[in-house]
Design a protein around this ligand. Structure first.
Ligand code: TLP
Length: 345
């Protein structure tokens, strides 16, 4: 068995980044107060900045993207109701059943490959009849993680929003990686967020903060979301230390996401040259590719210190981020190439 004495290249997720020295300095210098009293000046500044960037009245800092989704949904549903989301959506698949456990709703997936359109929403909304769960929320994930960082097009977003309005549904954006969509398309965040009642984004993914997400929306909506955050245990105290990292990230780490996208494209091309099926070609920072033997590929790459997570049988997900350089990508490709020359496919 091959064992490498080289530094690991961690492509498991864009959540694995560590705060830069400049970010740590910003955190250490942060002015703080008790945010449960609304008195943390740095949290307030982050919330105002996020709201302005997303074109909403208000913002609310939460510890995680998962809480961002759950707190955005909880006030707008009652037990036994239904939420619509794309296939493989985080809110459906990767939140430990939270929507069912915490809000007693079922999540139904619609469309294909993570995206859907207005017709899919209209077809999924049930008639007002005793057999059916009332449909209350539509959640759009942009970019879509399980679909390889795919961008949910603006045209589709608007179409979905029109259908949601027709049926009086709450429209939620899981914009954990909305800044990747912003940088990849040049369309500003407020345009992406405009149709949504609640819009979240993560500071702890591509933006490189250690913790945190922000939920944005109108003031009345966020008053209800704020109560849900408290109920879910997300009221933090001197959270300005964390908010300072988020402010630093918004100022310094957005434009550089273009580097992550270029690195993802190079990784995808290199994997394809090595004979792996890459599908789809990445639009942002996530590369999905197929292998013949999941276990053998996982062992061989781990032994060579290329860390990649499987996404089901025969499929892997590699994610580029702040702590992975263009040279690291070449290095990772060389290591995967060496494994594949030994027959690992
Ligand atoms: N995604 C994580 C894992 O949980 C799968 C990752 O490594 O990509 N929405 C989306 C679209 C996400 O991808 C994630 C995290 C979340 C929400 C939740 O964020 P956290 O991890 O902060 O709760």
């Amino acid at each position: 068995m091959y064992t490498a004495c080289v530094a690991p290249i961690d492509l498991r997720s864009d959540t694995v980044t560590r705060p830069t020295a400049a970010m740590r300095r910003a955190m250490a210098a942060a002015d703080v107060g008790d945010d449960v009293y609304g008195e943390d000046p740095t949290v307030n500044r982050l919330q105002e900045t996020a709201a302005r960037l997303l074109g909403k009245q208000a913002g609310l800092f939460v510890p995680s993207g998962t809480m961002g989704n759950q707190a955005s949904i909880h006030p707008f549903v009652r037990p036994g109701e239904e939420i619509l989301a794309g296939h493989g959506a985080h809110v459906l698949r990767y939140e430990s059943g939270a929507a069912a456990a915490l809000s007693s709703v079922q999540v139904v997936s619609i469309g294909e490959g993570g995206t859907f359109d207005g017709a899919d929403v209209r077809a999924a909304v049930h008639p007002d009849e005793a057999h059916y769960a009332p449909t209350r929320v539509v959640a759009v994930e942009n970019t879509h993680n399980a679909a390889g960082g795919r961008i949910f097009s603006l045209e589709r977003v608007k179409d979905v929003a029109a259908a949601a309005r027709e049926h009086g549904l709450h429209l939620h954006l899981d914009g954990a990686r909305i800044w990747n969509a912003v940088v990849a398309t040049g369309t500003p965040a407020d345009v992406w967020a405009a149709p949504f009642d609640t819009a979240t984004f993560c500071l702890s993914k591509g933006l490189g903060s250690p913790v945190g997400s922000v939920i944005c929306g109108s003031e009345p909506t966020l008053r209800r979301v704020h109560r849900a955050r408290k109920m879910l245990g997300g009221g933090m105290r001197q959270a300005g230390i964390l908010a300072a990292a988020g402010l630093h990230a918004l100022e310094h780490h957005v434009e550089r996401l273009a580097d992550d996208h270029a690195n993802a494209r190079r990784l995808a091309e290199g994997l394809a040259e090595l004979g792996f099926r890459v599908d789809p070609m990445p639009e942002t920072n996530i590369v999905l590719f197929d292998v013949e033997d999941t276990g053998a590929f996982a062992r061989a790459t781990r032994a060579r210190e290329v860390w990649i997570n499987p996404m089901g049988t025969g499929r892997f997900r590699a994610v580029t981020h702040l702590d992975v350089s263009a040279d690291d990508i070449e290095d990772a490709l060389a290591r995967i190439g060496a494994a594949s020359r030994e027959g690992v496919r």
